[in-house]
Write a protein that binds this ligand. Structure first.
Ligand code: SF4
Length: 445
């Protein structure tokens, strides 16, 4: 089990010398307990304490990175079983398949689609993560050509090389090994050769076994070979078997009972009849990388949305970027409506304004994602913030009038905003659904 902050504190030198970068030994202990500290930053730890703390405070699931450059992604480095206990940090990577039986043109079309498909949702640009290249032909030469076709089309798109034959893997790695693809997969029969390739090219390696006992054994053998960045593919025969297997791996990793399971989980969704269900279950239940066939647009949107929901921090509200947002084509006499950057508030108001068909501006101020009521109560929304936002987004040059409509729940601030900004404040309705009627009756520029 991971040590608690006070247990860690007992092992520290208690000099409060600040050399670790923290003001006290206790804050250093709290950082280590949250998994965000580095034991080696305290120069006064004795060797025994280093060993105990090193084992206890490193992430229970190894961080594994795939690819290079801007599109590189990392998975693992998780600390909890359930999202509400803290948060999940590294979203499931979705890798779309191409086959080495396809023509080079078909592979290029698919690769371009993966590189460009995206969904903008609540201000975030959601994308697929890369390409899974499959050695369906069994031929190393065909596999090498398929990998080369992907490379020519999108050089920095992360890849999973899915070939059980080490000779085919080597042919693929010859084209893209320096871009750190994920190698899938070493088995009990092939692990010495696959470990050799992983070390030669510096790539992470998926290990695959039909049951957890064999997977545990294989994991130990691969780490003994010197491969530190592994992923686990338990290859269950059914989705019903995937859930208990993935859950047990996660439990054993989180409680550090079996360090050989302390790696991210890989799921090949194409093995199952219902690929959509496999993707959903994988995202919900601990799959760090999922390989799939081409996704129809509706499934793609559903998968990206589900992933975003599971991997947002439940302790942080989803926020919009502050700014001045036009609705329709507003002129110089258009109303300006101020509100907060809590995304739900933004999209609700935006929807009602669009249906009201009144061209206008939304002035979104930075309340760190708090709703109007909470931001007013906490003091985050105040006259100074409104004044700064009017200036920062140069609202005065977008309209000729000086009238600002504020949310009904911010009415206690109306007088102070008027004094601070010099703008006339109009108090809008509390319910965004009434904004159309309000503008029709009240707005005169
Ligand atoms: S360096 Fe070590 S002794 Fe000094 S404050 Fe940090 S934890 Fe305490």
């Amino acid at each position: 089990m991971p040590l608690k902050a006070l247990d860690i504190y007992k092992l520290l030198p208690k000099k409060n010398c600040k050399e670790c970068g923290d003001p006290t030994c206790l804050t250093f202990a709290m950082k280590l307990a949250s998994g965000k500290g580095d034991v080696t930053k305290c120069p006064y730890l004795d060797e025994d304490a280093k060993v105990v703390l090193g084992a206890s405070t490193r992430p229970p699931i190894q961080l594994v990175r795939v690819g290079v450059g801007e599109l590189r992604f990392g998975v693992g480095d998780e600390f909890v079983l359930f999202r509400h206990e803290k948060t999940f940090y590294h979203p499931t990577a979705l890798m779309i398949s191409v086959s080495d039986r396809w023509t080079a043109d078909e592979i290029r079309v698919q690769t371009r689609r993966v590189a460009s498909d995206h969904l903008v949702r609540v201000g975030a640009d959601l994308r697929l993560n890369g390409i899974a290249i499959r050695n369906d032909s069994g031929s190393p030469e065909a596999f090498g050509k398929a990998v080369a076709a992907v490379e020519e089309t999108a050089t920095h798109l992360p890849e999973v090389l899915m070939a059980t034959d080490p000779a085919a893997q080597e042919a693929g790695l010859a084209s893209c090994g320096h871009f750190r693809p994920l190698i899938h997969a070493a088995t009990m029969e092939t692990y010495p050769a696959m470990c050799g390739l992983a070390k030669k090219f510096g790539c992470p390696l998926v290990i695959s076994a039909p049951d957890l006992a064999t997977l545990s054994d294989l994991s130990k053998r691969c780490t003994a070979e010197g491969v530190a960045r592994l992923m686990l593919d338990v290859s269950p025969s059914s989705l019903a078997d995937y859930i208990p297997a993935a859950t047990l791996i996660r439990r054993l990793a989180i409680c550090r009972a079996q360090p050989e399971f302390g790696y991210p989980v890989f799921l090949d969704a194409t093995r199952y009849g219902n690929q959509d269900t496999a993707i959903a279950l994988g995202i919900l239940k601990y799959a760090s990388v999922i390989a799939t066939e081409t996704l129809p647009p509706a499934t793609l949107r559903a998968a990206l949305t589900l992933r975003q929901n599971i991997y947002t921090d439940p302790q942080k509200p989803i926020q919009m970027n502050p700014g001045l947002y036009p609705i329709g084509s507003p002129g110089k006499d258009a109303p300006v409506l101020m509100t907060v950057n809590f995304s739900l508030t933004f999209f609700t108001l935006q929807g009602y304004l669009e249906s009201a068909r009144v061209p206008c501006y939304m002035l979104i101020v930075d309340t760190e994602g708090l709703s109007v009521l909470t931001a007013v109560a906490s003091g985050k929304l105040n006259e100074t913030l409104v004044k700064e936002s009017l200036k920062r987004f140069d609202v005065g040059s977008s309209v000729t009038h000086r009238k600002l409509i504020i949310p009904g729940y911010a009415s206690p601030l109306s007088g102070r905003i008027e004094e601070e900004t010099g703008w006339k404040v109009l108090v809008g309705p509390r319910d965004a659904a009434e904004i159309g009627e309000y503008l029709a009756q009240e707005w005169k520029s």
